[in-house]
Design a protein around this ligand. Structure first.
Ligand code: URA
Length: 184
């Protein structure tokens, strides 16, 4: 007789899982994205799908050691249905958890990757193209808005002035600042 399977339909596993963070919890640099996608939901880790691959490539090119120098998380900790954008209410509800996570990791510098992170942390609803690459001091900590890797995936070129090139410049600036802070 074949043994009955405990969960032949996998229905119980269709609940989105909690995706908290990855990387070094003692890192001095933190990157905050939007919300987990399909691959992140499967693995329970942020930025492990296509966006994450591009992010890793850019980090390497900018000379940042992702595993040791970075902690990565999202504003929203569960994948929104059908990958839709998080609502203003969801961002609001998630903010206290994100703030707690920032307090616990206590990074010196924070990269806000995309409009959702910009809105959640600085309350700014648009204008990432203008604000990217500029440090913003908030509650005694320095935040830099940067483009989201899923936006960067739309432009493959790294020619001067393209979104990927600008993001590389921003990541190099973050690295420069990080090293400057460790000297002072
Ligand atoms: N996009 C995000 O904002 N976060 C992830 O973890 C994956 C894709």
């Amino acid at each position: 007789m074949t043994k009955p399977q405990r969960n032949p339909t996998n229905l119980g596993q269709q609940k989105p899982r909690l995706v908290v963070g990855r990387g070094n919890p003692n890192a001095r640099l933190m990157l905050i994205g939007e919300a987990p996608g399909a691959e992140e939901d499967v693995q329970g880790l942020p930025f492990v799908g296509r966006s994450g691959q591009l992010l890793s490539e850019l980090m390497i090119e900018a000379g940042l050691d992702e595993q040791h120098e970075l902690y990565i998380c999202n504003v929203i900790k569960c994948r929104p249905p059908n990958n839709r954008k998080p609502t203003a209410k969801e961002i609001e509800i998630s903010r206290p958890w994100l703030k707690l996570q920032i307090e616990l990791i206590d990074p010196e510098l924070v990269l806000l990757s995309g409009a959702t992170a910009l809105q959640a942390m600085l309350g700014i609803r648009s204008g990432i193209s203008k604000l990217r690459g500029q440090w913003q001091n908030h509650d005694g900590r320095d935040f830099m808005p940067v483009f989201h890797p899923s936006y960067l995936l739309r432009f493959r070129s790294r020619e001067v002035g393209t979104p990927q090139d600008l993001t590389l410049q921003d990541l190099r600036e973050a690295r420069r600042r990080l090293h400057l802070l460790s000297e002072s």
